[in-house]
Design a protein around this ligand. Sequence first.
Ligand SMILES: Cc1cc2nc3c(=O)[nH]c(=O)nc-3n(C[C@H](O)[C@H](O)[C@H](O)COP(=O)(O)OP(=O)(O)OC[C@H]3O[C@@H](n4cnc5c(N)ncnc54)[C@H](O)[C@@H]3O)c2cc1C
Length: 462
Amino acid sequence: MNTADDEVYSSLKGKFDGDLLRPHDGEYALARRIWNGMVSRTPGLIAKCAGASDVQSAIRAGVNAGVLAAVRCGGHSLAGYSTCDGGMVIDLSKMRQVTVDAGARRARFSGGCLLGSVDRVTQEHGLAFPAGVVSHTGAGGLVLGGGFGWLTRLHGLSCDNVEGFTVVTSDGTIVRANERENADLFWALRGGGGNFGVVTEFQVKLHPVSSAVIGEGFCLGDDIAALLRRWREFMPESPDNLRWSISLRLAPDTENVPADIRGLPVASEAAVWVGDTAEGQRCLDHVLSVCSAVGVSKKTMSYMALQTMADHEFPHGRRYYTKSGYFRSLDDGSIDRMVGALDDIPSAMTQIELAYLGGATTRMNAADTAFGDRNSPFVINLLGNWSEPSEDVVNVGWVRELFADLRPAMTPGVYVNFMSGDEEDRVPEAYRDRWDRLISVKSLYDPNNFFRLNQNIPTIHA
Ligand SMILES: Cc1cc2nc3c(=O)[nH]c(=O)nc-3n(C[C@H](O)[C@H](O)[C@H](O)COP(=O)(O)OP(=O)(O)OC[C@H]3O[C@@H](n4cnc5c(N)ncnc54)[C@H](O)[C@@H]3O)c2cc1C
């Protein structure tokens, strides 16, 4: 702990309701860890805030002492921004309250909630907030960067479903941002990430969803490329109730996978239908019949089961590295390159994830939020996922090489929440025509760039 970290600790001690953890404290070793095992840092202080007033105190103390500060909700930043060496982590994990107004189909949840914390309470009322597909992901980082998952095509991005934020800004004041109050900040927080302050509460819209029909299957050999071609043609015309996602990978060694294909290169498809069940069954039958899929299954699932079914694939502490981009249209050359990459994929856990957005995301005016790229519906995420540090070079190298080959055919742009920690130069690309306005809002609310461990937007004076 250096002198500045000591200064922060001394000024918070005695007037902080949550926990202040320093490197010699028993709980520190666990608390310093984040989801991505590639990132191991030792902050001088972890300030586990119990509420908004702790967040105010932590920010004021951090600014006064001039320390580096990281903000953590679920700790799932792929880039590892929610921790730091020295300095302070403003940890929101004690702030996980959710309240629902079922009649108005609205909820309020605290800035440290995981997606699972929100789903558990909203589902008691048969309602859902559109968000991501892994329940241990933090809602804070996901919503501020945009947020998409199974409900996105039907109900929009997570940030499109936010009606208001309560934020502590870098001078320690509590500010509300919604359509009537601080509209510039409201615009920036919907896609602009953690650049503007610490959100202590999200006020959001909910939708009646309590179950879905899901169809899954695997395509092999020449059918993999054929499936991707059919998928790219089908999705632009498909109903918004359908989200059909494909992962290129080695078939996992799990019960739901036929024994004779385990370990082979496959396209693993998951088609989820939210809405009229009979119509969904018909749509999924069609989708699953296009390319001689094997290991096909189709069932109705509770929304909670849907939202947690991928949790085990991305455990805390494993090693992850990602590169991502958009395609306006998916060309044959890129399909062939991705399929070819399966021949030398270095880890059985690594996936090339393909999603198609469109639907409700395009009905929101692009200028109304800071989120980018509503018109490039194909999202590709190369997610390296392995266990051993000795395999870092080969896994990171595989992701980088594949990305470099795909990049020329991609539309400029990137989803900020899928960026890795070595891509600072891509932040302007992520925001493009929204860049100057983001710089203005950043300069107003965080003029000295206190909140800089994120996909950082500079201030006017930088
Ligand atoms: C396993 C896994 C699954 C994922 N699935 C999806 C998915 O389905 N859809 C999708 O869109 N994304 C998905 N993502 C990406 C995800 O959106 C980002 O990793 C996001 O940053 C996670 O948020 P977090 O709160 O857990 O992150 P943290 O690491 O806690 O925070 C990341 C950054 O967010 C900011 N931040 C977080 N909370 C606050 C707050 N309350 N106030 C101000 N700033 C805050 C800070 O700048 C912080 O550095 C997934 C990521 C993982 C690891």
